[in-house]
Write a protein that binds this ligand. Structure first.
Ligand code: NDP
Length: 480
């Protein structure tokens, strides 16, 4: 049994009141580790360590800060295989994307923001003959970072790296469902020479640890990625005390397939965009909108490919769909498949629980589902399912496609498939979506603004957006 520990003030420690929570492996349903069941007292201790570390970290020369963050990136790369194994075991995702995507991206996050801190600059506004204004961008102080279970180390580091790069100290909480790689990161940070207290990682549940971080009066900003309901709760707690907030929330992302698209490439990518990481990526395209003239042929080819996706042991290199992250989540996703049929939808493939042979027979697996015949207003087409479930809807005109795409409360990411460049520009401009991909999906440049509109969030991450979020601008006006 692995005992995961909190990382506070540079030390690995259990929860103050000594409680533990079980952490099961989704592929086998067996408990393989325990995490500290931390609470407000642990958050207070972490905050004190972070507050103590802040004065010196915030004035650490940029070159030194760069070197430490860069060493963390190298430490992640050195332990790539261990981290990928841990991520796959903890989350249920196949090992190969953990190796190819999750862990390399966590290393990139640290490398990217290590170099960003050397390049970051602030503005100056001249009033000719009268005054000069310059803007200082100073670190905020102690900040909170709270992340979800779907891309555990990838999203955890996406917040922590810019927060540290900008000179803040951090109290961070990974999801209780996937704590393992955050714990391993703590060790990497120690080896990289990150001073004690600069980063503190507290394990435990959202309502106890997450909420205590959000409520803490000394934690001045919260960067959160997770569900929209949790985001609303965080906003309600943080607004009256005027905390700076970055909220990256849920999605119900459309994929628009026009008849003039490169259909082979579209098919290949839309199968990925629907079912990568078991459909548990906030950017997954869960509503596939297809121009009516190609609807039947595209649907048949799509369903044929989705039916062939191999579900099973995450360690098997042939596996394309691993286990869902928790039993409760599997039950939620299966309940949406039942709802879809109750709402009049036709299940074209999948949708049932799978019991692989061998070591994974008790794990939380399901066959990817494709559903058609549902109107845009039904719950299946409106609510985020966050699993391997995609619905198909036909459209006749560009206007109808845009109306369908925009007709949900979310506005995170959209993928558009067409060979007509003018149409691509028109549609991209009309979409209510923080991110639009044209003839691609999940192609990421870390300098670009990342985030959603409407109920998908507030604020943007990535590049200068993240560096600006984690700094407080102060204008200094000097009369000439
Ligand atoms: P949750 O909102 O349930 O949890 C996210 C994090 O918040 C977890 O660490 C959780 O802790 C914690 N938390 C829960 N309750 C509170 C609270 N009251 N106060 C503070 N923190 C709390 O989301 P999931 O983990 O289920 O992740 C899935 C969701 O995340 C989906 O909606 C998905 O779309 C969204 N997401 C958005 C992304 C984006 O960039 N827009 C990217 C990835 C995911 P614990 O798990 O321990 O309960």
């Amino acid at each position: 049994m692995i005992r995961i520990l909190n990382y506070i003030g540079g030390e690995m420690v259990p929860a103050i009141d000594g409680g533990w929570l079980p952490n099961p492996e989704p592929a086998t349903a067996q408990v393989f580790s325990e995490i500290p069941d931390s609470g407000p007292a642990d958050v207070e201790k972490a905050w004190m360590a972070a507050r103590q570390a802040f004065p010196s970290w915030s004035v650490t020369p940029l070159e030194d800060r760069f070197r430490i963050l860069h060493r963390i990136s190298e430490g992640i790369e050195t332990r790539m295989e261990d981290l990928a194994m841990a991520e796959s075991r903890d989350n249920g995702k196949p090992l190969w994307p953990a190796r190819k995507v999750d862990i390399p991206r966590a290393a990139s996050n640290f490398r990217f923001f290590a170099t960003a801190l050397l390049q970051f600059a602030s503005e100056s506004h001249e009033m000719p003959g009268e005054a000069i204004n310059y803007t200082l961008r100073q670190p905020i102080g102690v900040v909170g970072c709270i992340s979800p279970w779907n891309l555990p180390l990838y999203l955890f580091t996406w917040k922590i790296a810019p927060a540290l790069a900008a000179g803040n100290t951090v109290v961070a909480k990974p999801s209780e469902i996937t704590p393992l790689t955050a714990w391993m990161l703590a060790e990497i940070c120690r080896e990289a020479g990150l001073p004690p207290g600069v980063l503190n990682i507290i394990h435990g549940t959202g309502p106890r640890v997450g909420e205590a971080i959000v409520k803490h009066p000394g934690i001045k900003a919260i960067s959160f990625t997770g569900g929209t309901a949790t985001g609303a709760r965080i906003a309600a707690v943080a607004a009256p005390v005027f905390k700076k907030l970055s909220l990256e929330l849920g999605g119900k992302n459309p994929t628009l397939v026009f008849a003039d698209a490169d259909l082979e490439e579209t098919l290949r990518t839309t199968v990925q965009s629907g079912f990568s990481n078991q459909g548990e990526i906030c950017l997954c395209g869960s509503r596939l909108l297809i121009e009516r003239s190609i609807y039947t042929s595209f649907r048949d080819a799509y369903v044929e490919r989705v039916s062939r996706l191999r579900v099973g042991d995450p360690l098997d290199t042939e596996t394309r769909v691993g286990a869902l992250a928790s039993e409760a989540h599997l039950q939620k996703v299966l309940s949406y498949v039942r709802l879809a049929t109750k709402e009049g939808g036709t299940l074209l493939c999948g949708g049932q629980q799978v019991y692989p042979e061998g070591r994974c027979r008790d794990g939380w697996f399901m066959q990817p589902a494709v559903i058609e015949g549902l109107g845009p207003a039904c719950r299946t087409n409106q609510e985020e399912i966050f699993g391997p479930v995609v619905t198909l809807q036909p459209f006749d005109t560009e206007e109808e496609a845009i109306a369908l795409a925009n007709g949900v409360r979310y506005g995170l990411a959209t993928s558009v498939w067409t060979r007509d460049l003018k149409k691509a520009h028109r549609v991209a401009a009309a979409l209510e979506s923080g991110i639009v991909w044209v003839n691609c999906w999940l192609l990421r440049d870390l300098r670009t603004p990342f985030g959603g509109m409407k109920d998908s969030g507030v604020g943007r991450e990535g590049g200068w957006e993240a560096m600006r979020f984690f700094t407080e601008p102060k204008n200094v006006c000097i009369r000439l």
